[in-house]
Design a protein around this ligand. Structure first.
Ligand code: KG4
Ligand code: ZN
Length: 345
């Protein structure tokens, strides 16, 4: 049973889909706390190692949850429900969060609310005003996904296009690996790009109208680097800032062209970006400039709600809770969970 709508609703949210352990407390849709334990253990390996990620979640989850409750000045007995990421994500990582949420809820005799991680990235826009007006198109760009989502309501969204191969975040990270940068390379490429010029061009993909492809771009960058390094072994280090500016400009151009096409074709007036790559300065500035030119309303999430965090899980969970979408104790993680057009996954 959900509470009467006039009563305050306090939700503990858990996020453990990839390599960040996060817990947040949400009251009536407002964020009271949002704790994140980043896992630096993966940076030496050039990518997230699933086994290490789940072990770190196991180690971090209790202190992170306790700290989120302390920050929010909320005790376990104040909680009305626990929201958790059901998927998509790494199975071992998801298992830690799902089992923690189920066990704690069982002990407290409160309901659990499953949340789709990609839907939650979109819902991060409802963590702070101004809230987007429905309907809007959200370009959700993370390390594992690249999606164009038509958002009709808090619990009603539809994926209208997605990547056929690498995600935008992967394009940044894999290119960074080619350049010898540590993982995740996205934020470093962003920083270096601000000191360089986009002097180099790479092959542009040609795929279905709302879909994306980044693997060809990565190959084009690789061939271009190999050719130049053959002539000058120091070419990458000597031109690092310009290379980063060029890579970033190629990825952001592809993303914004598709977003523009979707907004115009579907005749909506509002556009948003979400997910880890929405922290990218060129993408943020590019969307603002495009929105100004096209007279759209544009929505850019605060930096702390771009990359993985439990606050967005709590916000999404809150709206599902209000709609009566409660899960039962037999729920299990779904590493390949997709957004469905209706309200509940
Ligand atoms: O949403 P997220 O935290 O995790 C997933 O759900 O995947 O996104 C992580 C991705 C990584 O690929 C990272 O390189 C990228 O977001 N990223 C950025 C920036 N900050 C994070 N990419 C480009 N520019 C940034 N400033
Ligand atoms: Zn994410």
């Amino acid at each position: 049973m959900t509470k009467h709508p006039n009563t305050k609703i306090t939700i503990l949210a858990i996020e453990s889909s990839c390599d960040d352990t996060s817990a947040a407390v949400i009251r009536d849709g407002a964020v009271l706390s949002n704790r994140i334990a980043n896992q630096t253990v993966h940076s030496d390996y050039g990518g997230v190692i699933p086994e290490l990620a789940s072990r770190m979640h196991d180690k971090n989850i209790v202190p992170v949850v306790n700290q989120a409750l302390i920050d929010a000045d909320v005790s376990k007995s104040d909680l009305d429900a626990i929201a958790f990421t059901k998927g998509p994500g790494l199975l071992g990582s998801l298992l830690v969060g799902v089992n923690f949420a189920k066990s704690l809820a069982l002990g407290l005799d409160i309901p659990i609310v499953e949340v789709n991680h990609m839907e939650a990235h979109v819902m991060a826009h409802f963590a702070e005003a101004p809230y987007p007006e429905f309907p809007f198109i959200c370009l959700t760009v993370s390390g594992g996904h690249t999606q164009l989502v038509l958002v009709n309501d808090h619990n009603n969204m539809e994926v209208i296009g997605s990547t056929l191969d690498d995600a935008a975040g992967e394009a940044f990270d894999k290119t960074g690996k080619l350049l010898g940068l540590p993982h995740p390379a996205g934020p470093i490429i962003d920083k270096y790009a601000q000191m360089g010029k986009p002097l180099y061009t790479f092959a542009k993909p040609s795929v279905g109208e709302f879909d994306f492809s980044f693997s060809g771009l990565k190959t084009s960058i690789l061939y271009s680097l190999q050719k130049r390094v053959k002539e000058d072994p120091n070419w990458v280090s000597d031109n690092m800032y310009d290379i980063c500016a060029s890579v970033q400009s190629s990825i952001v151009t592809i993303l914004l062209e598709k977003l523009e096409h979707a907004v115009e074709k579907l005749n909506v007036k509002s556009a948003a970006i979400a997910g880890g790559v929405s922290a990218n300065s060129a993408l943020r500035n590019g969307l603002l400039a495009l929105g100004k030119k096209k007279h759209w309303h544009t929505y850019i999430p605060a930096f702390n709600y771009c990359t993985d965090n439990a606050a967005m899980i709590g916000i999404s969970g809150y709206y599902h809770y209000l709609a009566g979408h409660l899960s039962n104790q037999s729920v299990s993680p779904e590493p390949r969970l997709t957004i469905t057009a209706s309200s509940k996954n």
